[in-house]
Design a protein around this ligand. Structure first.
Ligand code: XUL
Ligand code: MN
Length: 346
């Protein structure tokens, strides 16, 4: 195991969500951004992650001057609260111009919009003092295989990444893969895809990834393996821990809620690779359960951090020597039981 170190924590304003789903309206009243920032501070988290329009609402209707003004004001407020901006992500899935995809739309005007919006997102990141851009490529994929040319789509994605890399020589792009939802099939469904496409860009060193536990599970993968894989390349620049019960809609459950052992193995992978030592944050992309009452609105975040820290202790107190002996003896039944007993505690 790597030498023990402490972790820094982060969440986004969307993680204090109001409970709407495709079948029903919000179940909690809308709250202001300031309230959300206040809660983050109250919980003792270190950073906030942003979509571009979390930072500058109605961004498409605003001039560059207005964008700069609002982003700088936000930076002042964050500084005043002692909160860092972890990353900024372009929200490329809301606009009427991204109905048929953003960077991979069949319409060149729409592709142009997606790129311009991404460059403005980079401006915001610069004003907020972060070099990290997260790309969740929500609509880059297909509902209908015959509607797009997959080879051309890869080329268009590389073109878009190259434009962002050329626009600012300091920013780093972290691709957040997800295999489906909203699309049937996404073009970059796994960490392997994200790191492979990085190699086709003009500056592969500045293209890395973000792993979300639930997204890996939706791809039928173990997030712990995704973590080890990305970190073998030195490319895990951010992390969205949460949980997911099988192949359903993206559930964003509290960390460890569906499968404690899978959560334990993610923490073990983070520990053995020294995640966080270069300033990376542990972010929880979790949502309150829809029935959550207002007075319990923060519990999913507090609980996720609590479970994470308990699992760090579990990882650090796991009897590695005994495990090694069982592995050498190929006694996996005993190893299995040892993990179970360790997680259950005395
Ligand atoms: C979607 C998702 C997003 C990204 C940020 O499933 O996880 O919230 O993390 O755009
Ligand atoms: Mn996420």
């Amino acid at each position: 195991m790597a030498k023990a170190h402490s972790y820094k924590f982060c969440f986004g304003p969307w993680n204090l969500s109001e409970g709407q789903d495709p079948y029903g309206p919000p179940t909690r009243p809308a709250q202001s951004f300031d309230w959300k920032l206040e809660q983050l501070k109250k919980l003792g988290f270190d950073a906030m992650m942003f979509h571009d329009d979390d930072a500058v609402p109605d961004i498409d209707g605003k001039s560059d001057t207005q964008l700069r003004k609002e982003a700088r004001e936000l930076k002042k407020r964050l500084d005043g609260a002692g909160i860092a901006a972890e990353m900024v992500a372009p929200r490329l899935w809301f606009s009427p111009l991204t109905i048929d995809g953003a960077y991979t739309s069949n319409d060149p005007k729409c592709r142009q919009y997606a790129i311009e919006r991404s460059l403005r997102c980079i401006d915001i990141a610069r004003y907020l003092g972060t070099d990290l851009i997260v790309l969740w490529l929500a609509r880059e994929g297909t509902y209908l295989r015959e509607s797009k040319n997959g080879r051309r789509s890869v080329e268009l994605l590389v073109e878009a990444l190259d434009k962002m890399l050329a626009y600012d020589r300091k920013i780093r792009l972290a691709i957040e893969p997800k295999p489906n939802e909203p699309m049937d099939h996404a073009y970059l469904p796994t960490i392997g895809h994200a790191l492979a496409i990085a190699q086709l860009t003009r500056d592969p060193k500045r293209v890395g990834c973000l792993i979300e536990s639930a997204h890996a599970m939706l791809a039928g993968l173990d997030p712990a393996d995704e973590i080890d894989f990305a970190m073998a390349f030195g490319k895990l620049w951010s992390l969205h821990l949460n949980d997911q019960n099988g192949l359903k809609f993206d559930q964003d459950k509290p960390f460890g809620s569906a499968n404690l052992r899978v959560a334990f193995n993610q923490v073990r992978a983070l520990e053995r690779n020294g995640y966080g030592k270069n300033g990376e944050y542990v972010c929880f992309d979790v949502h309150p359960f829809r029935p959550t009452k207002v007075e319990h609105w923060l519990a999913h975040l507090e609980n996720s951090r609590r479970t994470f820290l308990r699992l760090v202790q579990k990882a650090r107190t796991f009897n590695e020597k005994a495990a090694k002996a069982l592995i050498a003896d190929r006694n996996y039944a005993a190893l299995d039981q040892m993990v179970i007993e360790h997680l259950m505690g005395r």
